[in-house]
Design a protein around this ligand. Structure first.
Ligand code: ADP
Ligand code: GN1
Ligand code: MG
Length: 373
């Protein structure tokens, strides 16, 4: 865990001051529960905006951080423009973070040691949660994803860079998993054995979305990539979804990755970090609420074939995340941030149990999806 010594705070203040804002920094605190970047809330004494987000981008994950920022600027500007000119913005309030420029009018600042920093405007009077609070929250999570899909749907996919090659390509994660298995001395335990067997049993099915994509059944569209519930901001006054953050993985992909990710994160009431992995379950009522919220605004661009693959998407993205966590555990925690050595194993068990729960409810879930049409 990050310890805010005076020296670190001084450094952070100096970094914050590389960016352009009105006023003086009065407070700096570590912020959010993201697994990838390092996020800080900067408080300033100013008449206008009182906060902004300062982030150290994880350049071990995002090897071309400049591309991430170019995407982020392009996407946020596109959305701001659309909110100003279409009826979407009138239906419901919606906010989009802005990229804040440096004193030299750049979108990021690189420290002499190569550390990559950016500043983003703060979505005020809103919060995000790691687990679903109630059914209204579930509906709003779905609505938030649908709103975002609508707002980026007209962006030509060729204009969006691929900032994380291989992201959500399950067969690619399986190849990497086998490379890690072949080169690592595994300490066997009942939990590790469970994960190994769990993966073996699902390997032959795991290319289902990629196969459909290759056959031209599912089109590439602009997607968020990471719409888990703590990236969807809820307005504190109204309880409505008001924004979606964490735009690093916006790229051409299948909307199924997004819907699957949103559901695997939203329908697990115990949350991703629970130690009670044996009791993890996928809650169908929450699934229904999230899907209904999504369809309120995004129904029009789902085709019949899209619906046909939704069940597999829910199952696959939970499985895929379990596999990514398990592989990272075996590889020595090189990708996801951890607070203790076996955390990625614990996270993998949670996602695998969630997958099992999804599988045991296949008929119910397929019926629910059919009813959405
Ligand atoms: P990571 O990639 O590590 O997940 P995020 O960009 O998601 O980093 O930031 C971590 C958390 O910080 C988010 O889940 C959200 O709660 C909060 N956050 C990020 N950006 C903003 C913002 N512009 N306004 C308000 N909160 C934010
Ligand atoms: C990471 O950055 P964060 O914490 O929002 C990850 C997602 C995973 C998620 C699981 C770029 O998301 O793919 O689903 O952890 N992001 C990246 O909590 O790998
Ligand atoms: Mg995040």
């Amino acid at each position: 865990m990050f310890k805010t010594t005076n020296k670190i705070l001084e450094n952070l203040a100096a970094i914050a001051n590389q960016f352009k804002f009105q006023g003086k920094v009065t407070n700096i605190q570590e912020y959010g529960n993201g697994n990838i970047n390092s996020t800080f809330l900067i408080t300033i004494d100013a008449a206008g905006e009182k906060h902004f987000i300062l982030q150290k981008l994880n350049t071990k994950v995002f090897r071309q951080p400049e591309l991430v920022m170019a995407n982020m600027r392009m996407v946020t500007e596109h959305i701001h423009q659309r909110l100003g000119h279409t009826s979407l913005g009138e239906k419901r309030p919606w906010k989009m973070p802005r990229v804040l420029p440096t004193q030299n009018a750049q979108d990021y600042w690189i420290e002499p040691n190569g550390t990559f920093w950016r500043a983003i405007s703060f979505i005020d009077a809103a919060q995000s949660f790691d687990t679903i609070q109630d059914t209204q929250h579930a509906r709003e999570i779905g609505y938030g994803l649908g709103m975002f899909h609508n707002l980026i749907n007209d962006l030509p996919t060729e204009k969006i860079a691929d900032t994380l090659v291989g992201f959500h390509i399950t067969p690619g994660y399986l190849r990497h998993y086998h490379q890690v298995l072949a080169t690592t001395n595994i300490t066997k335990s009942p939990e590790v054995e469970y994960c190994l067997q769990f993966t073996r049993d699902r390997e032959s099915w795991a290319n289902i979305l990629e196969a459909a994509k290759e056959q031209g059944l599912l089109p590439l569209r602009p997607i968020h990539g990471d719409p888990k519930i703590n990236n969807i901001m809820i307005d504190s006054a109204t309880g409505q979804a008001i924004s979606i953050v964490d735009l690093d993985t916006v790229k051409p992909g299948l909307v199924h990755y997004d819907i699957g990710d949103c559901l695997r994160s939203g329908c697990n009431p115990l949350g991703e970090e629970t130690q009670e992995w044996e009791t993890v379950c996928f809650e169908p009522d929450l699934c229904q609420m999230i899907l209904q919220g999504y369809c309120t605004i995004a129904k029009d661009f789902l085709t019949n074939t899209d619906y046909q693959y939704l069940y597999d998407a829910i199952r696959l993205i939970a499985f895929e995340l379990g596999l990514r966590f398990f592989t990272d555990y075996l590889a020595g925690n090189v990708y996801f941030k951890v607070k203790y050595q076996s955390q990625n194993l614990a996270r993998a068990l949670v996602q695998f149990k969630l997958t099992e729960s999804i599988e045991s409810q296949e008929v119910t879930l397929r019926g629910m999806i059919e009813d959405l049409k």
